[in-house]
Design a binder for this molecule. Structure first.
Ligand SMILES: [Zn+2]
Length: 290
């Protein structure tokens, strides 16, 4: 598995960076890609989860030294897994192999896939939001997986079904897995959460400091921290403007307004024209020290 990066030109004249998660079955060439607004670790977990639902859980995943995966090596050269990645591996039940440094071929398949995605899938493609792009990406994967590929000399879907699925596990949904699909967010003082470079409002009655958020199909949903209820929903767009929800702020207090035109005029001046009201509390000069 690997990340590739592309640029997306938006209608507002801005260019955004977009990350493509790509994974390919080493045995048959079955592929899966998914686009995200960034390549943060939480999106690696989401991309991997979707990919493993699609193609099963392999015995091991091959990757390079991503920061989200490995933090270094121990004195014997064994990988030191990034803590959250290690928990994710254990939950799903797969192992990870790192590409040997200075051995460019080991990851060649997925690097070729990323290049192929850029040249074949992305060329001249337009889309209005990341969901639409991912629907097209999935349909492109299905089409590619059902064609004969010279490099593997097979139709990936057929070989994956008849051979690979015998050794891969089926990924089951669970509460623990849902937590990876709905990353946790801290709510800011103004009732907003930051997700994928956008800010979304949380209703003020929620009253807790953290919540969870997920972008699924055409809706971004904010959930309470335990994923027991949805707090607010937003349409998925490329727009980066802050998004507010109905009960985000405490309602303003009632205030009376004049019912007829106001005619009475008061004049306000900068300096007081009369002695301060406190002057009468001053002691007469002679009594001060007496
Ligand atoms: Zn396969």
């Amino acid at each position: 598995m690997d990340w590739g990066f592309v640029k997306a030109d938006a209608d507002d004249g801005q260019t955004y960076k977009c990350a493509c998660f790509a994974i390919i079955c080493h045995h048959c060439g079955e592929r899966f890609i998914e686009f995200f607004p960034n390549a943060k670790q939480e999106n690696l977990f989401i991309g991997m989860t979707h990919a493993l639902f699609y193609m099963g859980i392999p015995e091991y995943v091959l990757t390079d030294n991503m920061k989200s995966v490995v933090t270094g090596r121990d004195p014997e050269g064994h990988p030191l897994w990034q803590h959250d990645y290690e928990s994710f591996m254990k939950l799903i039940g797969f192992q990870t192999k790192l590409c040997k440094p200075r051995h460019p071929f080991t990851k060649g398949k997925v690097e070729r896939l990323v290049r192929f995605v850029k040249e074949n899938f992305l060329a001249g493609r337009t889309y209005s939001n990341v969901t639409e792009l991912n629907i097209q990406a999935l349909s492109w994967c299905r089409d590619q997986n059902s064609r004969c590929h010279k490099a593997v000399d097979c139709i990936p879907d057929e070989t994956h079904r008849s051979e690979c699925w015998n050794v891969t596990g089926i990924l089951q949904n669970s509460k623990e897995l849902s937590l990876y699909l709905c990353p946790q967010r801290r709510i800011s003082f103004d009732g907003m959460v930051n997700y994928e470079g956008r800010r979304f409002g949380v209703a003020c009655w929620y009253g807790r400091k953290t919540c969870r958020i997920s972008r699924k199909e055409f809706t971004t949903t904010i959930y309470d921290d335990d994923l027991t209820k949805a707090l607010s929903t937003y349409d998925v767009t490329w727009n980066r403007k802050d998004r507010f929800c109905k009960d985000q702020y405490v309602a303003e207090q009632s205030e009376e307004q004049p019912t007829a035109p106001v005619k009475a005029i008061l004049r306000q001046s900068d300096t007081p024209t009369h002695a301060s009201g406190f002057a009468k509390f001053n002691f007469p000069e002679g009594l001060k020290d007496g």
